[in-house]
Design a binder for this molecule. Structure first.
Ligand code: PRP
Ligand code: URA
Length: 209
């Protein structure tokens, strides 16, 4: 699966274990999601292009490098994707942030859109879509399609736990999109929750259940 990257870094794996634990409280959960997003963001941005510049130091001229090329945008899928924004912005403070609001209809399990606000120059940016959970893949696939409809050519998907079914869905609907995740789980239950997963990411982030 060359378009799927699973992070095996010990720090990420350790924090994912804490995140899965049902005894982890809302405050800890929120901090962990943010920390993991930052650690993953470090790798997701590994291929950003650089250009050479000359910088005047107090003792001379340094030929050195700065990031060049397309600017980045991040797009959390509401609600749970919001938990990953802060960690990414710590690495990329100048990134623009779009928002796509989707919830899964509990009966049909299909994503329903309720909000979409993207940066005005979104088509000039490389976009990273954020959502902790990739279950059936319906929400992420719909979000990616909204962004493509706005003319964006370069999109990555960053999630924490991905079910195999969700990965397959994205590979089928959007073969051009690379998927970055920290764990791949085998199955979904009858309500399309990832098993073992971590439960409802939005509720655990915001303490709504
Ligand atoms: C969760 C999650 C994803 C979606 C994943 O959101 O954050 O967006 O479900 O499921 P899928 O891959 O089957 O589409 P949810 O619909 O629970 O909304 P919330 O973030 O507002 O809680
Ligand atoms: N959304 C969640 O928050 N958790 C799941 O396991 C599946 C969808």
């Amino acid at each position: 699966m060359d378009s799927v990257f699973v992070f095996d870094h010990p720090l990420i794996q350790h924090k994912i274990s804490l995140l899965r634990d049902k005894n982890t409280n809302t405050k800890e959960f929120r901090e962990l999601v943010s920390e993991i997003a930052m650690l993953m963001g470090y790798e997701v941005t590994r291929n950003m292009p650089l250009k050479e510049v000359e910088i005047e130091t107090p003792v001379g001229i340094a030929k050195t490098k700065v990031i060049s090329g397309k600017k980045l945008g991040i797009v959390p899928i509401l609600r749970a994707g919001l938990g990953m924004v802060d960690g990414m912005l710590r690495l990329l403070p100048m990134a623009k942030v779009g928002h796509i609001g989707l919830y899964r209809d509990p009966e049909t399990l299909e994503p329903v859109e309720y909000y979409c606000k993207l940066p005005v120059d979104v088509e000039e940016r490389e976009i990273v879509v954020l959502d902790p959970m990739l279950a059936t893949g319906g929400s992420a696939s719909a979000a990616i399609q909204f962004i493509k409809n706005r003319g964006v050519g370069s999109i990555k998907l960053m999630c924490l736990i991905a079910a195999k079914a969700g990965i397959e869905r994205i590979r089928k609907d959007h073969p051009d999109v690379e998927i970055y995740c920290a764990a791949v789980d085998e199955v979904l239950n009858d309500h399309a929750y990832i098993v073992p997963g971590l439960g409802d990411a939005g509720d655990r982030l915001f303490g709504t259940k």
